[in-house]
Structures are given as structure tokens and as C-alpha cells.
Design a protein around this ligand. Sequence first.
Ligand code: GKR
Ligand code: MG
Length: 452
Amino acid sequence: MKTSGLEPASLNMQGAIRVTDLVVHSIAIADPPLRSSYGRHQPYALRTIVELRSDAGITGIAETHGGEAIAGAFHSLRPRVIGMDPYRLAGDLLPMLEPPAESTNEGRSQTHFVPGENPLDIGARLYAALEIASLDLVGKAVGIPVCDLLGGRARDEVPFCAYAFYKHAGGGGEADDAREDRYGEALTPPALVRQVERMIAEYGYEEVKLKAGVLDPELEIETIRQLRAALGPAVPLRLDPNCAWSVETSVRLGKALAGELAGGGYLEDPTAGLAGMAEVRRRLLAEGVPAPLASNVAVTGFADIPESIPRDAVQIVLCDPHYWGGIRQVQHLGKICRVFGLGLSMHSNTHLGVSLMAMTHAAAATPHLSYACDTHYPWQAEEDEVVAGGRVPIVKGRVRIPDKPGLGVELDYDRLARGRERYARCAYRRRDDEAEMRKHVDPNWRRILPRW
Ligand code: GKR
Ligand code: MG
């Protein structure tokens, strides 16, 4: 029988590489006391570095959220992953992307969980890390960058935005492991402007995001106005109060800042839930304010899109390969957003260079990405990086796809060991920004939505 000739070749390729180990490194990295509606960052952020070792002598890597829960989940998956073919690994694990049938969230959605601590998306987060590590492994095996493995890059350089935070004094870390406070305290509008100017001078960003929902809304309006005055009209500004505002407050701020948000800016998750977002949108349009609403908590998965679109609740979806189930799911999301006329931007959480490269490849391989991506990267110090050669450069606000296979970065095992030691020494085992507020700011503090 005549065949296409593809079957034997593909059969030969399968089995060419086997995963021999899934190695999980729980690490802690110093993190400054950044503020948001979730509370205050702990002195250490927790991350997990995943290695997929193979019998070809090639190792694929990925980075994701940290702490005990996700490390335990990776350990449970280990027997299933060992022996698998990295070309097929992600495909074989696809059912993990389905949310669990039994909800354990008692009616709470991602809005109510600090990122990385929502039990319902743990499958997507585990899958994402294994997919990214598989792609890195396969890319390294065939000598191709991940974005090209996934159909080819739409861009060689990915733009990122300055991510400004109100913050207390301190650079992160504790006692004799404290980091230099490179940006200083920023709890007033002028201090915030200085922070952004410094970040732009260092990294060359062309867009700015302000993490809001921290100070009284009038002060946050003033911060955005001072930023606009300092940066001029050409720099798109976005602000994200992480649902700290009521519908009323969101509409008031949307109107007050209509001019500042025009020209490529947006308002991100001003209020909680799709119904609230839809109401804010409806009322702002009625007031003649076209500023789009973006979200990384009202629309967090494909299942949210059919409800969001008819309500016009979210006009820009924030993808994130860590949350959306990996880079290919981000590509699928890009296509859906394009078809429905939605914008696509990218969310971030505290991270190191392996995550930054996964985000960069995802953005390069997703033509529809229409905004500069978020990144927390400037908030981390050189000495916490685990990538060989040190921090990934951000030049003119952009990260370039390296001319190297896979993600284009390797681990430095000495740096990684220091991250593990920090994890072993520190007292933190999950992200808890509320506890940190109670410790340092107000013993009775809790996250209230809406606060204003
Ligand atoms: O780092 O505190 C933070 C942010 O608030 C982060 O956790 C959010 O997930 O950056 C994120 C966002 O855009 O909502
Ligand atoms: Mg957000």
C-alpha cells in the first residue's frame, strides 16, 4: 500500500527522546514591599523552576508560581511525566486544562484570590509549566527558538511597559539578606513620577502601567495627571486598581481621566465581576468616554469569553502563558480576540528571566498581541536571577528573541541553589499580601472589594 511517507517518519521521531526526570526547584527571591488592592508584597516572592531532563542529555526549563501547593502538585505528577515523549507531553496532558468538576471555591472567582493561589486554575498552571519546558526541550533538540517552533514569530522584539507601584521603603529580602532599595518609597504622586522616570531611564519603556487601588482615588487621579504632565502626550498610560472600586467610583475615575487614558491607554479591572465591568463600560460610553476596559481577573479562561462578549464587559483580555495554560493557549486566545474585535495584552506577576522569556516567546508567536506586555522584572535584583549570564536585557523597552534554540536561556545551577537556600531559610510558603499588611501597616487590614 502506498503511503504519504509521513507515517514512518513520524513514527521514527516518536520515542527519539524520553523524559528521564521532572526536577522541581522551589526558590525564594527578594521582593520589595509593593502595594496593590491585595495588600503588600512579602519580602520574598516564591517561584518554582521546573526542569524536564531527557535521555538525549537536553533539559527543558520553565518557571511558575511558587510555594508548597504547586511544588506538591508537580511531585504528584512526576511518575506520569517520567518516560514520556516531550514532543507529545503537552498534548497527552491536555485534560489538565479542564477546570475540576467539583468547585472548591465556594462561589469565589479569581477576583477574590491572590494570583497563584486559586485552587481552580492549578491544572492550567501546572500544564503551562510542563508545556513550556517541553517546548524548550524540543526547541533545544531541533535547534529552533520556541516562537518559531510554534508557527513562526510575528516580531523579533517584544515591547514591555513600565510597571509602577506605590511602595513602602525597602528593596526586599530580610535582615542581612536585604536588597538595595533602588526605587525608594513611593506613596505620593511626585514619588511615583520619580519612580517611573527612573524606570524609563533604565529600560527605555514607551508605555506605563500604574498599579492603583492603593491610595484614595483622588490621589490616584493626581498621580496619573502628574505622570501625564511629566511624560508628555505620547506615552500610553494604563491603570489597574485590581477591583478596588465600586461601579460609581470606576465611572467617576474613568470620566476624570478620560483625556489621560486616551491614545492607547486603558483601565484594567476597575471593579469586580463581569456584570460590574459591563455596567462601567455602558455608563462610560454614555458619557462619551471610549477608554477600553481590560481584565486579568474577570476573564481568566476561555469559558468566560461567551459571557463577556455579549455584555461588552471587557474590551482587552490580558493573556499570560502561566495562567492561560501555556503558550499555545495564548495563541488560541489571540485568534479568538481578533475574531471578536477584542484587544490582547499580557499580564505579569513577580518573576525571573525564565518566565520573562516564556512571555516574550508567547508574545512573539501571537500576532494579535496589540499592547506592550506587563512585566514585574525591574523589581527583582540581579543577585536573585537564576538564568546563566544574569538578567535578561530589556533595551528600549523591548526584549529581543535570542538567536538561540528553545527559550534561549539556560539555568545557572549555583544561582538556583542560592534561590533554594533562600526558600529553605524564609518563613513564607504561599503568597499572602493581607498578612503582610497586618504585620506592617494595620493589624486589622483585610482586602475589601470595593474599598472605594
Ligand atoms: O504584583 O501585586 C502585584 C499585582 O497586583 C499582581 O499580583 C497582579 O496579578 O499584576 C497583576 C495584575 O495585573 O492584576
Ligand atoms: Mg491586572
